[in-house]
Design a protein around this ligand. Structure first.
Ligand code: PLP
Length: 269
C-alpha cells in the first residue's frame, strides 16, 4: 500500500483538453490545496475556450477498471464527481460507492457547458436524482441546474431555500446552490446558499466584474473536496472554496484589464 503523506483526493470527471474545466481544473485546484490528485475519466471531450465540439464517453466497465486499482492501493480521503454523461456511468458510480470504502462524494451536477452544449443525457439526470443524490456528501448545483433538478423556477433567495430543501429531501446530505446566475438588480452581489445539518447559511460575496471564466463549478467542488480531505468541516471547506474561485475570477478580470491596457498602449504608439 502506498503511504501518502498528503491525503489523496479522487476526481471522477470529464477531460477538457483545453484545461479550462473538468479534470485539469480539478487537479490544478487539488495541487493548490496541498492534496494528492487521482483522476478517473468519464468522458473525453473535444473543446476549446469558445465551445464544445463533441465527446466520447467511457463505458461503465472502463470507469470501474480505472477506479478499483486506485481504491485498492490506498485510502481515498475525498471524492469529487463532475461530468457524468450517461445513466450507465451514474449507476456504476453508485455501485462503486456502495461496494467500496470510497467516502461520500462532493457532486457537481454538470448539465451543460457555458456555451450551451449538453454534457448529461436526460436518463443520466434521472439516475443522478434517484441513485447518486442519496449517496452525496454535498451537491453543488448552480441556479439553472437546481431548476432542472427540482422543476422550480428560482428568482430569489426564498426560491433558493425551497429548492435546497427539495434537493435535501431527495437524499443529499447537504446542498450548496450557487447564485451567480441570479440577477440581484443594480447592486449585484453573489449569494450562495448552503443547506446542511438542519442549518441554512447564506454566503454572500462581492460581485466581481470579469469576462466569463470557465470551470468555476469544477474548481469550487474540487476545492471543497480537497478541504474536506484536509480535515476542515463542510462550512469551512465551502468558504475556502468560494475564496479560491473569487481569486480565480479576480485573476481573469485583472488579466483582461491588462490585455485591454496593452492594446490601447499599442494603438496610441
Ligand atoms: N467540460 C467538462 C469536461 C466539464 O467538466 C465542464 C464542467 O464541469 C464543462 C466542460 C463546462 O465548463 P464551462 O461551464 O466552463 O463551459
Amino acid at each position: 500500500m502506498i503511504q501518502a503523506t498528503r491525503p489523496i483526493v479522487l476526481t471522477i470527471a470529464g477531460l477538457d483538453p483545453s484545461g479550462g474545466a473538468g479534470i485539469i481544473a480539478d487537479v490544478r485546484t487539488f495541487v493548490h490545496f496541498g492534496v494528492r490528485p487521482a483522476a478517473a475519466i468519464t468522458s473525453l471531450t473535444f473543446q476549446n475556450s469558445e465551445r464544445v465540439f463533441g465527446a466520447t464517453h467511457e463505458s461503465a466497465d472502463s470507469l470501474r477498471a480505472q477506479i478499483l486499482p486506485i481504491v485498492e492501493e490506498g485510502p481515498i480521503a475525498a471524492v469529487k464527481i463532475g461530468m457524468l454523461p450517461t445513466a450507465d456511468l451514474v449507476l456504476e458510480i453508485a455501485r462503486l460507492l456502495t461496494e467500496t470504502d470510497l467516502p461520500a462524494p462532493v457532486v457537481d451536477p454538470v448539465l451543460q457547458s457555458t456555451s450551451g452544449y449538453a454534457l448529461m443525457e436526460k436518463e443520466a439526470v434521472e439516475a443522478l436524482v434517484t441513485e447518486l443524490m442519496p449517496l452525496a456528501r454535498l451537491l453543488t448545483p448552480n441556479i439553472p441546474e437546481a431548476e432542472t433538478l427540482t422543476g422550480l423556477e428560482i428568482a430569489d433567495e426564498a426560491d433558493m431555500r425551497e429548492a435546497s430543501a427539495m434537493i435535501r429531501a431527495m437524499g443529499a446530505q447537504a446542498v450548496l446552490i450557487k447564485g451567480g446566475h441570479l440577477n440581484n438588480g443594480p447592486e449585484r452581489y453573489a449569494i450562495d446558499l448552503l443547506d446542511f445539518e438542519e442549518d441554512v447559511k447564506v454566503l454572500s460575496s462581492e460581485w466581481i466584474e470579469s469576462p466569463p471564466v470557465r470551470g468555476t463549478g469544477c474548481i469550487l467542488s474540487a476545492a471543497v473536496a480537497a478541504c474536506l480531505a484536509r480535515g476542515m468541516n463542510l462550512e469551512e471547506s465551502v468558504v475556502a472554496g468560494k475564496e479560491f474561485v473569487a481569486e480565480t475570477i479576480r485573476d481573469a478580470a485583472g488579466l483582461a484589464q491588462r490585455v485591454a491596457g496593452d492594446s490601447e498602449n499599442t494603438a496610441e504608439r
